[in-house]
Write a protein that binds this ligand. Structure first.
Ligand code: PLP
Length: 437
């Protein structure tokens, strides 16, 4: 295996910088997956990027399918976004006051998103989810929340929770530092178990503030759900009088301007946003009807605030990014390119008898191992991650960058040309030949 992971590209400078970073940051990183623990070699230190490609400090160039974990729907250093940011940044970066850029981004979103009437900007997806949960609790006066196994909602205490024993359980914390008393307020159900959902809601609805779901679960592989189940969630939430939160930090403005809510035509009560909404800057938001959002301070009793919230630079970046998203045909084109890319890989896997398929939706894709459709996280065989490790390594050698974990999805941006994608298909096929040899 040592031979198998031999480096054919220079990584000395990245290795040296990582050794230095280990002196500063736990595990050498500021977010855990970046440490490359489940793939080979030191993490790459990226120096610059443009369009679909990024270059590391050793001079290697990669076609990038991580896209900063989703925000970069127009690729790296998009000129339109860059120009708006530059024009704004010279006028001051933050005033701690209302500003026109915030109005403009707010208006653009509300004018074009049919499911929400008011929103509040924050600075990350985690903050959006944390605030949305507090809002749901404030509106209902209840403490418990219901989430699904296989969905990730950021590092919010009450959501860093895994299922206890049994089918539907009050959770136990999945991170040190999260009190069991907090975890105990989170109920966890498997995705798409309608009978169990009904059973739990009939027993516990009076103490449940909200159901939170990633309508397109994309943090444990890409677990594309049956649309009728999302409709079922909506109906059950109405029936049992609990709020429904769609966590659209990944799917929002990604599978369409109105996200998964628009894609499936299901109206949740609260939606959380992140990633694409900030055009590459730290922005999140939560949004709902006017009635629900009026529970937020200073109108209502639910407190939520932020020093850098809606700062003009981040708003300018978000505004430029979302304006580009509204270009007619933008989403259709990204979905077409992604479909062609994924089906070319699947056809090759079929032809060769390789146990791999490529679930995809909009411009999100996942390299899935095995041949059966995967819709729940417990259907992922951890042993197959060895395939991913080999494919990831091979692709680094040939100039393609995937997020450094087989549980992570890939993203295709407006900057990925058809030629880029054909190049990637050729290289991924070659990597598959190595992994499945
Ligand atoms: N919710 C979902 C669905 C996410 O995918 C993520 C991040 O990947 C988050 C919340 C947390 O967002 P952030 O990393 O910006 O805090």
């Amino acid at each position: 295996t040592n031979n198998m992971y031999q480096q054919r590209i220079p990584r000395e400078k990245s290795a040296a910088m990582f050794a230095e970073a280990l002196e500063y940051f736990p595990g050498g990183v500021n977010s855990p997956v970046r440490a490359f623990r489940s793939v080979s070699g030191p993490p790459l230190f990226i120096e610059q990027a443009k369009g679909s490609r990024m270059q590391d400090v050793d001079g290697n160039v990669f076609l990038d399918f991580c896209c900063s974990w989703g925000p970069l729907i127009h690729g790296h250093a998009n000129e339109y976004i860059e120009e708006k940011v530059m024009k704004t940044v010279v006028k001051g970066t933050s005033f701690g006051t209302p500003n026109e850029m915030g109005n403009r981004l707010g208006k653009l979103i509300l004018d074009n998103h049919p499911y929400v009437e008011r929103l509040r900007f924050v600075s990350s997806g985690t903050e959006a989810v944390m605030s949305a949960i507090r809002l749901a609790r404030g509106v209902t006066g209840r403490n418990k929340i219901l989430k699904f196994d296989g969905c990730y909602h950021g590092h919010v205490d009450s959501l860093l929770v895994k299922a206890g024993s049994g089918l539907a359980t009050f959770g136990t914390s999945s991170s040190a530092g999260v009190p069991e008393s907090v975890a105990a307020d989170t109920l966890i159900l498997p995705l798409n178990d309608r009978d169990l959902l009904e059973e739990i809601l009939s027993k516990h609805a009076h103490e449940i503030a909200c159901i939170i779901v990633e309508p397109i679960p994309a943090n444990n592989g890409l677990l594309i759900q049956d649309p009728s189940w999302l409709k079922c969630l909506r109906i059950k939430a109405y029936k049992h009088n609990v709020l429904l939160i769609f966590d659209e930090v990944i799917s929002g403005f990604r599978v369409g301007f109105a996200g998964a809510a628009g894609y499936y035509d299901v109206k949740p009560d609260i939606i959380t946003f992140g990633k694409v909404i900030g055009g590459g800057f730290p922005v999140g938001a939560y949004a709902a009807s006017k009635e629900i959002m009026d529970y937020i301070a200073p109108v209502g009793p639910v407190y939520q605030a932020g020093t850098l919230s809606a700062n003009p630079v981040a708003m300018a970046a978000g505004l430029a990014a979302l304006e580009l998203c509204l270009t007619p045909g933008f989403y259709e084109l990204q979905a077409e390119k992604t479909h062609a890319f994924a089906t070319a890989l699947e056809a090759y896997a079929r032809e060769k008898g390789y146990p791999m398929h490529v679930p995809h939706i909009g411009s999100i894709f996942w390299l899935a191992f095995g041949t059966d459709r995967i819709t729940r996280s417990d259907q992922i065989d951890p042993a197959n991650m060895e395939y991913f490790k080999m494919i990831h390594h091979e692709l680094l050698q040939t100039g393609v960058y995937l997020g450094p974990s087989g549980y992570e999805v890939g993203f295709i941006s407006g900057a990925h040309s058809v030629g880029d994608l054909e190049e990637a298909v050729g290289k991924i096929k070659a990597a598959m030949d190595v992994a499945f040899a």
